[in-house]
Structure formats: structure tokens, C-alpha cells
Design a protein around this ligand. Structure first.
Ligand SMILES: Nc1nc2c(ncn2[C@@H]2O[C@H](COP(=O)(O)OP(=O)(O)OP(=O)(O)O)[C@@H](O)[C@H]2O)c(=O)[nH]1
Length: 939
């Protein structure tokens, strides 16, 4: 029965990375990572080899590594087929050839063998000791290795056991994965109680029942090669944060990039923004202090005392020349008290947004009228209460010669939600949770089909246009081991959904079609997975197709930083076919193995935190929100806030069987929940609060800020720098196509917006006046009529009233179900708005042979067509002595006495030019016409 290397390593209490090396040295080749499997024969070979090494190494090892004598014993134990050996997991092995690494290792082994053969005595001779002794203290080599006669050989060996001191040193430095793996109390699912091990669990919890005291147990440090190791900042296990990382900045589960990133979309106030703001405030305070100190020093340098009120005012007046603006009343009061209360002119100011003219004037210490004058000079007539956006505020500040910092007041959201994010879960509260596995990859590479086959459903068959346009999440149990799967769309428009999928995941399954190889969205998915710092397993799919060349895809992957484990790299590549089912068991096993090695934990006893993956307006159930609970337990009746939505959880449904109601959902459980007042943005964090009023306030504040953004986008703007410049540049002359977007889910709106944002042209633009989830309403139609907008209904329909109103007002409602069709049609519509290009087409050349003056008509030229053709409504450039005399329309074209439509080369004709009678014999006419050519974006 096949045994994974890491399982065997565990049984032997030996580092799994070392076991990989030992395999190579024992002549068991092609085992590139700890996930590789060993047959029974190979197990025997390896353990025999270990025994042999141990026998050889004995005294010299002890002498060289100074390790406790007891340590080598467990490493030598050959697992029996009963008892302990029953705990070995048997999973089918990836078909691994002999890897480059293995070849290298083999070379080492051969070298060792040769060296040993040639100089058998040398193994124990003093010649070898310096080589071993050179190894750094933190990398104490194991006894089995100390018999290796060459220094290089020791470099390939991980420790089997270490002195307590070396172990501590080692533990102080590991990366997150190493930390996850450093446990010596780990046992696989077949171990004590089959319970998942817990990071940070108390000593003894979840330990294998070896009967040995903890201290005596050799330190097993299984090393499994995985792609994209999480950095501590990206993926610190909860325990690590609680223990030694200072104040928590992240929850134990990853914040999606939307939450960490720009906050204006309504997510939680991002941590980065908080920090930046705090930094700015500090910096502003420092600068203020510095400026004050400098001013004082300057006064002293000049031998003048510190400026009093009057002198300071005088200096200000001299500097700014704004004497007339200073209110007299203030001056008088200052004189009486002898203290300068007038706001002095500053070099750096801090204002709170949104900032009014009045507030800026007060902060900068300049009269409001001066700011109004600057605005007036730029063509903006406004009053002192007008609010300015950050850019305009900066512009005015620059005009005034001051630097400006923006302050934001601490909101309820900051207070409540940041506190929730920062709660640290006590170690004893953490329990194992199911891994969240996200399928990413290029469009049509088979993500949905694979997942369908794994879960036993058929989603792929029912997709519009055969492409996935929604993110989905399911939870299944495989042999009692739960897993959550997230399926993402592969079409390029859905970048945000992919990023969101990667943001909530623990493991990425990168689906690559073997016939297609690495494609643009594969590369993007690799970047998302790497950014999320999660392990990547590649499913090399469609392996059933005739003539596919897996080697090419593997080479592509290698080039993209995913070196296959078969080639000695870190990435497990499983060859699969969603059509035949080939490789699916192996894929599942690999996922579970990686999950086991990473120990995902959460605290189910706290208030839930989750992420909205998607939300939609359902005709019967209202707003239905797909949420992945990431920590804590979400219960029916909980008060929640999610983006700009809030409410009480009314019902929770299992996404796999929508009729199954759940009363509560713990960590890693996806649910479809109802009860929110509006559809929140996909990617918004969900929090459980105690107070419905707080939830409402937070949601409403976020809603308002989004509304302001909407006003900004639709032209109902505050005074902004953009409006100012647009007016000056005449940019409003750009042809605009107004749109109202209605879609089934928020994710579709995002994807539509992204796709439409690509339709850029300096002369035409799309303006989305409104974007919302749900069917088209009468209000949309009225707005569309007033703003001459087109309504795009994506996967939704108009209600009866809206339909009636639309036909009454002649408003167009266009229905779509495939995202790229919307973009295609709107591109055509925009191209229609482009002014056609006027293009000249040369027709022919004509020689004037003689002229006739006709009193009623003017001068007629008798001509011969030298080349090409002359057409009646064409134009002609008159050329005399190689100089263009003029450019005129051909008014009359005659062939003999008849009007002609055209006259061809070699024929004679009479031509009368419009507005030009000075035509002369021997003039040359260059005849051409102007045609209008419709333009496209690609011109
Ligand atoms: N021959 C073969 N066809 C497959 C396999 N897997 C998927 N397909 C086909 O490939 C097409 C795309 O499959 P999907 O599962 O929709 O691909 P996807 O990656 O989910 O696509 P998007 O979600 O739109 O990005 C479908 O026609 C499937 O039947 C496979 O292993 N072998």
C-alpha cells in the first residue's frame, strides 16, 4: 500500500524533507516532495537504508553533533504493519518521474558511496569532522548524516533531532509554514481521535499517544514543498499574533484586498488608510512644532525678541500683502491683550474633509475672500460655505503657498469595526476548521466542470454562453473531512471576483487546460494566489483530449514560477479530466494533504466575521447574500453590517441545497443569507454587532459616502478640480452615452463596469448614471428618459410598470446575459457617436485646353481628362506653374452638350468651377472627392 513521504516521516519521527533526501540516497528516486508516495518495497528500502546509516553513524555522530544518544532511536524504527503503521494514510501517488533534484541527490549519494568505498576508514576519521563541524549551530545535522564523508552531503539533510538549544534557535526563526510545521504534537487524521491538529493548542492537545514525554520526543519538522509560502505579514496564524507580534493588524483570516485597499467603495475603513492618517497627523504636528521653533530661532538670530502680536501681524502683512483683509476688530483686541490671537499664516495646515472655503481660510490663516478670488479667477463663482473636494483644496492651498494634510474624524465604523477586527482569539479557543479551496484559472479551462464532478452537481451545464459569471461557494464532506470550495469565473472581466476568491481562500487549485497551457488569466490567477500567500495545487485538466502535451503546460508553469514537484520543484501538479474523472481522487487527496499540513484554525465561539462573495435581489426572498463565514459563528437573528447594508439575519440557506435552512454557520461555512436591507458590495466584510442602531449608522454613513461618489460620477457635483478643468478645456463637448446598469448581482455590475471602462476614446465616453442590483424599475425609465440614457438589464427584466413607461417614453431597455456582448454592443454605439472621418479620394487629372466665357454662366473650361475620371460633384485644385491657385467645387460637368455624371480618361469635357472664373488655358485640375468614413475605436 502506498504511503506519503510525510506520513512515513511522521511515523519515523523524522523530518519529511530529510526523508525526501534519504529516499534519493537510498536509491528511491523521483520523490521530489513530501507529498510523493512510497510503495511497500520503497518503504522497506528506505527504512533499511536508515537502519544502515544509523549503524554506521553511531559513535562518530554522537561525537560530531553532540546530540543526545536517545534521539536517533525513533528515526530508526521501521513501521510495522499493525499499530502505528495503521495510521499511515494511503493515497495514490502523483506519477512522478525521476526529478532533477533527485538526480542531483543521487549524484551526492553516489559520491558518498564512492568515497566510502574508496576510503572506508575515512568515514570516522578526523578528516571528516571539520566538514561536519562547519555546519552552523542552528542547522545541527542528524546522526544519520554524520556518517556522510563529504560536507556537501550534509547540506542536503534536514535535522532528525536537535539539542534543545538548537531547537529553540530554530523555532525563533521559522517562516509561517515552518511554524505551522514545527509542531511535534501533530498527528494525522488517523491519529489520536482523528482530530485535526491545532496551531497553538496547549502542549499535549492533539498529540499522538506515543506515551513518551514531550521533551523526550524527537522534533519532527515535516517539510512539504508548497508553492507561495505565506509571509508572516500575510498569513500569520492566530497563535503567532497573539503570542509575540504586538498589536493585531489583521484577523486570523485574510482580509480581502477590497477591505485592505481603497475604502471609498464602502468597505471597512482600510487599515492602511488608518495608519496613513495617523502618520499624517503626527507629521503635521511635528512640522507645526518645527515651524514654530524655527520662527523663534529666526527672531533670535536677528537679535529681535519673539514677535508679539503687532510685529507678527506686520510680518504677516509684509509676507502676504493682505493687510486690507484683516478684520479691524481682531486687531484691536489683539492690541489690548498683547497676545497674538490672529491665525498666523502657516506653511502647512491640516484640514478635515470635506473642507469648505471658510474652513480652509481659517486653517490657512488667510481671508476667505482671497480663496474666493482665486476660485473666481479660475471661473468658479461660489460662496464661503461651498465644500471643496481634496484636489481642489490642494489646488487652492498650492495657490496660497501652503502644504495641506487631510484629517478624517474617527467614525463609529472606525471605533466599532476596527475593534472587532483586532480582537485576538485566545489559543484555547481555536479549533480546526475546514480549508477554503478556491478554483482559479483561465476561461473554459474546466474549473466549474472539475468542481461539479468533485461535488456531484451540474452547474457548468446551465451557464449562459458556457461561461461562469458568478462566484460560488459550497461546503462538502469527504470521508468526514469538511472542505469549502469556491468557484470563480475565468473571463478576464471578472478580475475582482478572482481576487476576492483568492482573498478568502486557504488553498488555490489552479486549473490549467493541458491543451491550452498557461494563458493570461492563468498568469493573473497565479499572481492573485501569490499575493494571497496561499499554497497552489495545479490541476492539469483535459488530459483526456487526444494529442495533448502535458509537458508543454508544465514548462509554461515552470516559466511562471511554479516548478513541478516531478522536476524537483515545489508545486504539486495533478493530471485531471473533468470528463472522464481521471485524477480527481488524487486531486482531492492532495488538497486534503496540503490542508492537513497547514492546520487551519478559527474560534467558533466569537461573533462572526465573514466576507460577502456576492449578493442579489431575489423576487421572493429579498436580498440574498452569499457569505463565507471566516471566524466565529453566525446565527439566525444576529445583527449584522456588511458594506452599506445592515439588518438581522433572517434565514441562512445551504448554497448546495437551497431548501436546507441552517440555524448557525461556523468558520469556513458558506451560506446564502437573507435579512439585509440592500445588496451589499461583493467583497464587503460582514460583522456581527450588538446594537442595531450602530449597525444602521455605520451602514448609512457608508451609503452616504457612496452617494456622494455617485453624485460626483453623474455630474451633479460639488465644486471640484475636474469640473473646473473640464470647463476650461471644453471637455464637456465630448459625446456622452449615458447608461443605467441593472444586474442580477453586484459582481456582475463590477465586471460590467470593468469591461466598459476599456471603451475609452478622447471624443466619446460612457457615463454610468446609476448601477443597481435587481430588475428595471419605473424610476430607472424616468431617469433614462430625463438623461437620454440607455438601460442595460443584465440577467434581469423590467417590471410591468417599467415596461409600460419605457414604451410610453420611448426609452430603450437592452437585455443581456453575456458580459462581452454588452461591451461589444456599447462599443458599436460609441463608435456611432464618433464624428466620421473626412477622407480625400483622388479621382483624376485634367488639362484645360481652352476657355469660353459665357455671360450668364461665367468661364467654362474645355478640358481633356489625362488620367482617371472626373465626377460631377467632385472638387478640383487648380494648378498653374506648379502652384496651387485654388480649390473649388465642380459646378457643371458636360460631355459635348449634355450634362454628364462622370467623364473618363482620354475624353474631352466642359467644366465650370464654382466661384472661380479666372481659369486659364494650360491650367491643370487635380480632381478629387471627399468621402466620410465611419470611425472605429481601433483606427
Ligand atoms: N475534454 C474535456 N473537456 C472539458 C474538461 N473539463 C471541462 N471541459 C469542457 O470545457 C468547457 C469549459 O468548461 P467549464 O467547466 O465551463 O470551464 P470554466 O473554467 O469553469 O470556464 P469559466 O468559468 O467560464 O471560466 C466545457 O465545454 C467543458 O465540457 C475535460 O477535462 N476534458
Amino acid at each position: 500500500m502506498a504511503v506519503r513521504i510525510y506520513s512515513l516521516a511522521k511515523e519515523l519521527s523524522i523530518d519529511s524533507k530529510e526523508l525526501v533526501d534519504v529516499c534519493a540516497r537510498a536509491g528511491v528516486t523521483g520523490k521530489g516532495s513530501a507529498l510523493a508516495s512510497l510503495t511497500d518495497d520503497e518503504v522497506v528500502k528506505v527504512t533499511d537504508f536508515l537502519k544502515g546509516s544509523s549503524a554506521k553513524s553511531g559513535p562518530s555522530a554522537a561525537a560530531t553533533a553532540k546530540a543526545p544518544a536517545s534521539r536517533s532511536a525513533p528515526a530508526m524504527v521501521r513501521p510495522t504493519r499493525d499499530g502505528a503503521s495503521d495510521r499511515l494514510r494511503t493515497i495514490s501517488a502523483p506519477k512522478a518521474g525521476r526529478s532533477a533534484n533527485a538526480r542531483l541527490q543521487r549524484t551526492d549519494q553516489e559520491m558518498i558511496a564512492e568515497a566510502t568505498e574508496e576510503t572506508p576508514a575515512a568515514a570516522d576519521s578526523g578528516d571528516q569532522e571539520p566538514a561536519v563541524g562547519e555546519a552552523p549551530a542552528t542547522e545541527t545535522r542528524a546522526e544519520v548524516e554524520t556518517s556522510a564523508p563529504v560536507a556537501e552531503a550534509t547540506d542536503h539533510v534536514a535535522p532528525i533531532s536537535e539539542s534543545e538549544e538548537a531547537r529553540k534557535t530554530d523555532l525563533s526563526q521559522p517562516g509561517p509554514l515552518a511554524r505551522m510545521m514545527k509542531r511535534d504534537d501533530y498527528m494525522g487524521p488517523g491519529g489520536a481521535g482523528g482530530k485535526m491538529p491545532v496551531i497553538g493548542a496547549k502542549p499535549g492537545a492533539g498529540k499522538p499517544s506515543t506515551g513518551k514525554p514531550r521533551e523526550a520526543a524527537p522534533k519532527a519538522r515535516p517539510v512539504v514543498k508548497l508553492a507561495a509560502l505565506p509571509t508572516p505579514a500575510q498569513k500569520a496564524p492566530v497563535k503567532a499574533r497573539a503570542a509575540d507580534d504586538g498589536p493585531t493588524q489583521k484577523p486570523d483570516m485574510k482580509l480581502p484586498s477590497e477591505v485592505m485597499g481603497a475604502s471609498r467603495s464602502g468597505g471597512a475603513k482600510p487599515l492602511a488608510a488608518q495608519l496613513k492618517r495617523a502618520e499624517r497627523t503626527l507629521e503635521a504636528a511635528k512640522l507645526r512644532d518645527k515651524a514654530g521653533a524655527e520662527e523663534e530661532a529666526e527672531g533670535k538670530r536677528r537679535g529681535t525678541p519673539m514677535l508679539g502680536g503687532r510685529e507678527a501681524r506686520q510680518l504677516n502683512r509684509n509676507r502676504s500683502g493682505r493687510t486690507a483683509m484683516r478684520p479691524r476688530r481682531m486687531m484691536r483686541r489683539t492690541r489690548r491683550t498683547g497676545v497674538n490671537t490672529a491665525a498666523p499664516r502657516k506653511d502647512r495646515i491640516a484640514v478635515q474633509l470635506p473642507c469648505s472655503v471658510k474652513e480652509l481660510s481659517e486653517a490657512a490663516g488667510v481671508p476667505a475672500v482671497q480663496i474666493l478670488r482665486i476660485l473666481m479667477d479660475e471661473g468658479v463663482m461660489t460662496n464661503i460655505n461651498a465644500q471643496m473636494d481634496p484636489e481642489l483644496t490642494e489646488f487652492i492651498a498650492a495657490e496660497l503657498g501652503v502644504d495641506v494634510d487631510f484629517l478624517q474624524p474617527e467614525t463609529l465604523e472606525d471605533r466599532v469595526l476596527m475593534r472587532l477586527e483586532e480582537i485576538e482569539d485566545p489559543e484555547e479557543s481555536l479549533v480546526a476548521r475546514a480549508p477554503v479551496v478556491t478554483f482559479l484559472g483561465h476561461v473554459d479551462h474546466g474549473k466549474t466542470s472539475l468542481l461539479d464532478r468533485l461535488i456531484g452537481i451540474d452547474v457548468a451545464g446551465g451557464e449562459s454562453g458556457g461561461i461562469t459569471q458568478h462566484i460560488r461557494a459550497y461546503r462538502i464532506e469527504n470521508n468526514g473531512r469538511p472542505m469549502a470550495f469556491v468557484d470563480t469565473p475565468g473571463h478576464e472581466a471578472f478580475t475582482e471576483m478572482r481576487a476576492r476568491g483568492a482573498g478568502v481562500t486557504d488553498i488555490v487549485v489552479l486549473v490549467v487546460a493541458a491543451d491550452d497551457g498557461v494563458m493570461p488569466q492563468t498568469e493573473e490567477a497565479i499572481s492573485h494566489a501569490k499575493a494571497a500567500g496561499v499554497p497552489i495545487i495545479v490541476a492539469l485538466n483535459k488530459i483526456d483530449l487526444p494529442g495533448v502535451d502535458p509537458l508543454r503546460a508544465m514548462t509554461d508553469l515552470n516559466t511562471n514560477g511554479l516548478q513541478p514537484s516531478e522536476w524537483g520543484g515545489d508545486t504539486e501538479i495533478v493530471k485531471t479530466s473533468a470528463t472522464t474523472g481521471e485524477g480527481l481522487d488524487e486531486l482531492l487527496e492532495t488538497i486534503l494533504t496540503v490542508a492537513e499540513l497547514n492546520e487551519y484554525v478559527a474560534n467558533p465561539d466569537r461573533a462572526a466575521i465573514g466576507t460577502c462573495l456576492e449578493s442579489q435581489q431575489d423576487a421572493d426572498r429579498g436580498v440574498v447574500t452569499k457569505v463565507l463565514v471566516q471566524n466565529g459563528t453566525l446565527k439566525v437573528g444576529d445583527i449584522v453590517v456588511c458594506g452599506d447594508a445592515y439588518g438581522r439575519v433572517k434565514a441562512m440557506l445551504d448554497p448546495l441545497s437551497p431548501r436546507t435552512r441552517l440555524e448557525e454557520a461556523g468558520p469556513s461555512v458558506p451560506v446564502n443569507l437573507t435579512g439585509l436591507d440592500i445588496a451589499p458590495s461583493a467583497g464587503a466584510r460582514l460583522y456581527v454587532l450588538d446594537d442595531i442602531a450602530e449597525a444602521r449608522e455605520i451602514a448609512e454613513t457608508r451609503g452616504k459616502s457612496q452617494h456622494n461618489e455617485y453624485l460626483g460620477a453623474t455630474g451633479f457635483r460639488q465644486t471640484t478640480l475636474d469640473t473646473l478643468f473640464e470647463r476650461l478645456d471644453g471637455a464637456d463637448e465630448v459625446q456622452t452615452l449615458n447608461l443605467i446598469l441593472r444586474a442580477d448581482v453586484r459582481g456582475s455590475i463590477e465586471a460590467l463596469e470593468k469591461e466598459l471602462s476599456k471603451l475609452e476614446h478622447p471624443e466619446v465616453r460612457l457615463r454610468i448614471l446609476q448601477r443597481s442590483v435587481g430588475g428595471v424599475t419605473e424610476g430607472d425609465v424616468v431617469l433614462a428618459d430625463a438623461s437620454e440614457a440607455v438601460i442595460i438589464a443584465f440577467n434581469v427584466v423590467a417590471d410591468d410598470k417599467a415596461r409600460a413607461k419605457a414604451s410610453e417614453l420611448g426609452v430603450e431597455i437592452r437585455r443581456y446575459s453575456i458580459i462581452y456582448k454588452v461591451a461589444e454592443d456599447l462599443k458599436l454605439a460609441l463608435e456611432g457617436l464618433l464624428k466620421p472621418e473626412q477622407r480625400e479620394v483622388e479621382l483624376g487629372r485634367v488639362l484645360v485646353q481652352m476657355t469660353f466665357k459665357i455671360s450668364r454662366l461665367g468661364v467654362i473650361a474645355g478640358c481633356r481628362v489625362l488620367q482617371g475620371v472626373v465626377e460631377r460633384n467632385a472638387r478640383a485644385r487648380v494648378i498653374r506653374d506648379n502652384t496651387i491657385v485654388g480649390d473649388y467645387p465642380i459646378d457643371t460637368l458636360r460631355r459635348e452638350k449634355d450634362d454628364a455624371k462622370e467623364v473618363r480618361e482620354g475624353y474631352e469635357c466642359g467644366i465650370k468651377l464654382g466661384g472661380f472664373n479666372d481659369i486659364k488655358e494650360a491650367d491643370l485640375l487635380e480632381v478629387y472627392k471627399v468621402i466620410e468614413v465611419t470611425r472605429s475605436f481601433d483606427d
